[in-house]
Design a protein around this ligand. Sequence first.
Ligand code: AKG
Length: 276
Amino acid sequence: MNTQYADLPPLDDAHPLDPIDRERFARDGHVVIRALASPAEVAAYRPLIREVVTTISDQRRTAGKVSGYASFFTQVTNLWRLHDGVLRFVISRRFARAAADLLGVRAVRLYHDQALFKPPSGPGTPWHQDQVYWPLATPRAVTLWMPLMDLTRAMGTMVFASGSHRDGSLSGLAISGDSDAFFSGLVRERGFALTSYDLVAGDATFHTGWTAHATHPNSSTVEREVMTIIYYEDGATIMEPDSSMRAVDLVAFHPGQRPGERAASALNPLLYSASE
Ligand SMILES: O=C(O)CCC(=O)C(=O)O
């Protein structure tokens, strides 16, 4: 590990979860864990994450490349491969242990990380389910969504449809106007309770791969800075991709791997194991 970043807070100690939070997560498909990192810990990593997002965004602008999601947020993936300081944040044993505890598994691997910065006056992120993208043959996969700054809902926090994870895939739709229209209708039809949380830097929400969610628009004048980390249970296998989205993710996040194999490429380090 690069010694230049040895002074960063280690984020390795346990943050034991309240059993109620595990029950909520199982019941609702999402939960908020307050102060998973302290504001001081987040403040140490925030400039490093910003640095990567700014560098990559500038490169994309120069190359004329803009992702299809650019109006919703600036998305940079796998920062752990791009910056040795951010690596320490992404491989946090504390965060991974919380993910494993919520999933009720003994060990978790990294699927990938993403910084998601929503511009001032940016629209809400459309309703969708994440797992339509993931070629993982398990429902035990979860996203940690942690703001690097204090967030009210007016700055674009998440909205979760509680209990929507229970039936697995509900539409197969990629994130788009179509997914937004579909899930808005489904929420009305099925009466899912909607939950969002005001957060301070270092609080984290967790949602399963099948929990339908969207975000509020960012109606503020500042950029919303969020870091996410996606985990799945160690031992999960790769499914035969049944969509182009899953085929793309298989190549991107499990390079060199094939359906039926245990999902454990060089990009999927074991981040927490109860036996270590
Ligand atoms: O942060 C956002 O705008 C959307 C995030 C999201 O959909 C996710 O992390 O699954």
